[in-house]
Design a binder for this molecule. Structure first.
Ligand code: SF4
Ligand code: SF4
Length: 221
């Protein structure tokens, strides 16, 4: 089984929603950014890496949107594609994958015309309906901190907990533990809230009086 992960990436410009479509030289088609699972990656780790490699955008994922598409490749192998809803937060200065020849921001209608396969169109339609009908809830960290509200994000040029391997201040045991368990955030853990997380949340100097634990509970609802 070939496993591929990626996302419907969007941004808002003056209240208009725009979607990111990529053109691949392999097969010469317009699609959504995605690619194969590498080693022991979790689903969103692959999606995040592939989106960054194919579009140069760091993203944050909407907690409750995940679409699975299954089909058989022309060579006869089964393929499973999982696509998340992801909001673009910042462009990276890196290089885009050679196999991507175009990265296009466009409206929903333009994207529906461009996409080469019905499977992609179905997922884009579901994502667009989801954006229009729901209050979006993005996971920003493993421990529940809202990185978008962090005073160090700009000054330390941090791409947020979910987009980095290690924080600027060293290695985070909570992040490491959560990612080793292949969880999106600690609220999904059977041991939540564990002693380690509590010690972070209620630390006298660095803690937030349990605010991050409450945030994880909200993400789990
Ligand atoms: S404390 Fe650790 S888990 Fe929480 S946001 Fe920072 S790096 Fe991520
Ligand atoms: S709640 Fe504790 S044990 Fe569970 S993933 Fe988070 S840090 Fe690890």
């Amino acid at each position: 089984m070939v496993k591929s992960r990626g996302g419907v990436v969007f941004r808002t410009v003056d209240d208009r929603v725009e979607y990111l479509i990529v053109k691949s030289s392999r097969g010469n088609y317009y699609g959504l950014p995605k690619g194969r699972v590498d080693g022991n990656e979790s689903e969103t780790q692959t999606a995040r890496r592939e989106i960054l490699e194919e579009t140069n955008y760091f993203v944050k994922f909407e907690v409750n949107f995940k679409e699975k598409v299954e089909f058989v490749l022309p060579e006869g192998e089964d393929k499973e594609m999982i696509l998340f809803l992801a909001k673009a937060i910042k462009e990276s200065s890196g290089e885009i994958d050679d196999e991507i020849t175009e990265v296009i921001w466009c409206s929903y209608q333009e994207a529906m015309k461009l996409l080469s396969f019905d499977d992609f169109k179905d997922v884009l339609k579901k994502a667009n309906d989801y954006i229009n009908n729901n209050q979006l809830t993005f996971i920003e960290s493993r421990c529940g901190i809202l990185c978008t509200q962090c005073e160090y994000r700009e000054s330390m040029n941090c791409q947020m907990c979910i987009n980095i391997d290690n924080p600027f201040w060293g290695t985070c045991k909570v992040k490491e533990c959560c990612e080793n368990k292949k969880l999106e955030h600690c609220g999904q853990c059977k041991e939540f809230p564990c002693q380690l997380l509590e010690s972070f949340a209620y630390d006298k100097g660095q803690g937030d009086d349990g605010k991050r634990i409450k945030q994880c509970r909200m993400w789990s609802k």
